[in-house]
Design a protein around this ligand. Structure first.
Ligand code: PLP
Length: 285
């Protein structure tokens, strides 16, 4: 696999970043995951925009322009012959060769930019889309700026492990009694035809898929309500689902052992997935 690191395309075993890089020492970095379908990038502009926002919120210098990032994404898709898959992009603050809590001088410290591809044949036909996934609820103990897409992912990783241990696929996190989001996706329920999802704030990641899905749902005359909901309300919903760049729209069929609806994917989430994928394939670049 060919990867990109700070201006160079290299075999993956030759790509190197300093051990003093603050991404490594302090999780001082941000990232994006963009999906590729039929060799084209899905929702690239949205991911580039959010990356800029994440970097700005952390006073991080941009290592490249959006146009350059697009070029790098496309070159990696070409070099690795990716049909369906993901592109991972990470920007870390870099290093001045020492370890200090205070940020190093941005004038003399270059951020590190790393990208690599993950080939996922049949990404859009994942069995989870047909069968749905099961989730458990766990307490959300992450930091208070979840709107910034940082590489500080230890708790979401632990959440996935808790789900695995419980024999299910994922976990929904709960704070002060209300669902925030999934470990790596946004969470939704459907009741009487109405889609309910938490509104955006510092408490959750502003999903690029979330934004597109809600827009498309409204265009399709579906009702959308952005408000908090509890696990109990979710367990009594007609349907539930998650969205992310890699899962698109994926039904949730069980929460903490309680079946949602009949315990199989309903009508709305699969339809929304179809609408979303159709639009994304149309606008892919
Ligand atoms: N919420 C969290 C915590 C995530 O990690 C992700 C994606 O990785 C999402 C939501 C979904 O965001 P997007 O649709 O932009 O992939």
């Amino acid at each position: 696999r060919t990867v990109y690191v700070n201006g160079e395309y290299l075999p993956e075993d030759q790509a190197k970043v300093s051990i003093f890089d603050r991404g490594f020492l302090m999780a001082d970095g941000v990232y994006e995951v963009t999906s590729v379908l039929d060799g084209k990038l899905i929702a690239f502009d949205g991911h580039a925009e959010r990356l800029t926002r994440s970097m700005n919120e952390l006073d991080m210098r941009a290592p490249a322009t959006t146009e350059e990032l697009l070029e790098i994404h496309r070159e990696l898709v070409r070099l690795n012959d990716i049909k369906d898959g993901l592109i991972y992009l990470q920007v870390t603050r870099g290093s001045d060769g020492d370890r200090d809590f205070a940020f190093p001088d941005p004038e003399t410290t270059a951020p590190s930019l790393v990208l690599f591809t993950q080939s996922k044949p049949g990404l859009a036909n994942n069995p989870a889309a047909r069968d749905g996934i099961r989730v458990i609820s766990i307490e959300d103990i992450r930091w208070g700026r979840r709107d910034i897409k940082t590489v500080q992912l230890l708790y979401p990783s632990m959440g996935k492990m808790m789900a695995k241990k419980a024999g299910v696929e994922d976990a929904w996190m709960v704070e002060e009694g209300f669902v925030t989001e999934g470990t790596s996706n946004n969470a939704y329920i459907v009741k009487d035809g109405k889609i309910v999802t938490r509104e955006t704030s510092n408490d959750i990641l502003h999903g690029i898929t979330r934004k597109a899905v809600l827009e498309l749902a409204r265009e399709a005359q579906m009702q959308v309500e952005e408000r908090n909901f509890t696990i109990e309300e979710a367990q009594q919903a007609d349907e539930a689902f998650v969205t992310s760049a890699s899962a698109f729209v994926t039904p949730v069929v069980e929460i903490d052992g309680a079946k949602i609806g009949s315990g199989t994917p309903g009508k709305l989430a699969p339809r929304l997935r179809e609408i979303y994928l159709e639009e994304m394939r149309k606008t892919a670049i």
